[in-house]
Design a protein around this ligand. Structure first.
Ligand code: ATP
Length: 368
């Protein structure tokens, strides 16, 4: 049966980079005979403003039942300052589909892109996992005596044994299956249990119990403040990093900066074994939307992550899906190296120039 992909291009530069990404994936599909099928969903600001609908009724059930993956652009529109549509669609998918593992490769593709002196592709190559369904992001809490001098505000952090264990296991499994380029297999768990005792304590106890199941993976614990410092000081000591929702949110942005900025950063939100939603880290970038200069490389890298995830869902197609993913990775690296560059990377190229270069590179690799 064909692997079905729901495409949600969204707002701003989302449709511009996702159009390029879809053309690229279609090329890979044709070259490798993957029989992927694509359905475009018009969820985003326009529909919200016209009909007041973010995600139509029954859409979550349909995604869970019929689709293998979601290829997502970005949401955000100056006409909807509170991002109400974004909350409904994006958070709806993350929570509604229980996409508990958010991950972002933090891999520097070229010395030139690194903000750290003397650190480049050999040193900056980690994979950051953020727990995506719990912690302070569950919107539990409230205010008391709001608007007075005695106001009290509270946000509740939820940490469950099940939630902590599954993200840690996924991190350990990934460290085992995908060693760093130099062969390192390591998982760094981060928390702040010296100060945040209860949730942090659960994370630390669970980590200590699980690490025995992975004797081939080096397991290390670092407090999050030390980790942030070390990611900048000595990024080469990290392979897989696992953090709760809040710490992961911050660390993944630090990671995006280490690899050279938003134009390149890709991410996945997955429920292993079920469905995955793949999105570039950047937002809708209203300042450059419609100008044809958005960098599509993050969307291309995101497409590669999606193909890799699809390989876990279809054993027969897996070798070809992985071949496609590796061809995209190589083309993105070549583009950063010698290809056209959009203005965010210091060039004057347009989105479509980058798309054409990457497609040509992928086409040659897959024809060989
Ligand atoms: P959001 O709240 O949706 O994340 P934001 O405006 O805070 O939106 P982005 O939309 O990611 O964040 O944009 C931040 C800056 O990075 C903007 O100046 C934007 O032009 C730039 N930027 C983001 N993505 C790209 C891209 N793919 N190519 C070029 N520039 C980009």
């Amino acid at each position: 049966m064909a692997l079905k992909i729901a495409v949600v291009a969204g707002d701003g530069i989302g449709p511009e980079v996702i159009a390029e990404g879809c053309t690229l994936v279609r090329d890979v599909d044709r070259a490798l005979d993957l029989s992927l099928s694509f359905d475009h969903k018009d969820w985003g600001a326009e529909r919200w403003l016209k009909e007041g609908v973010g995600m139509p009724k029954g859409a979550l059930e349909e995604l869970a039942r019929d689709y293998a993956a979601i290829y997502f652009g970005a949401l955000g529109d100056p006409r909807i300052p509170d991002m109400a549509h974004g909350r409904e669609i994006l958070l709806g998918m993350r929570q509604g589909l229980d996409l508990y593992a958010n991950f972002r490769p933090c891999k520097c593709l070229h010395e030139r892109l690194s903000p750290l002196k003397g650190k480049g592709p050999a040193e900056i190559d980690m994979l950051v996992f953020r727990e995506n369904t719990e912690d302070l992001y569950v919107a539990l809490g409230g205010t008391f005596k709001q608007g007075t001098a005695d106001e009290v505000a509270q946000d509740v952090s939820i940490n469950t044994r099940k939630g902590v264990e599954r993200i840690l296991r996924h991190g350990f499994d990934t460290a085992r299956a995908r060693p760093r380029h130099d062969g390192m297999k390591k998982l760094t768990m981060t928390d702040k249990h010296n100060a945040v005792r209860f949730g942090g304590g659960l994370w630390k106890r669970t980590f200590d119990q699980l690490k025995g199941d992975y004797p081939d993976v080096t397991a290390e614990h670092l407090y999050v403040d030390v980790l942030a410092m070390e990611m900048v000081r000595k990024p080469e000591r990290f392979h897989v990093v696992v953090a709760n929702n809040l710490f992961g949110d911050i660390l993944t942005d630090l990671g995006a900066a280490l690899m050279g900025g938003l134009g390149l950063a890709a991410s996945g939100n997955v429920h292993p074994g079920k469905i995955g939603m793949f999105e570039p880290v950047h937002g809708s970038a209203p300042d450059i939307a419609g100008k044809g200069v958005a960098n599509p490389l993050a969307a291309f890298w995101t497409a590669s992550l999606m193909l890799e995830f699809l390989a876990t869902k279809d054993a027969a197609l897996a070798p070809r899906l992985l071949r496609g993913a590796r061809a995209i990775d190589a083309a993105v690296t070549a583009c950063v190296d010698v290809g056209p560059r959009t203005p965010d990377l210091g060039g004057a190229a347009r989105t479509q120039d980058v798309g054409a270069f990457v497609r040509e590179h992928v086409g040659r690799a897959l024809a060989a």
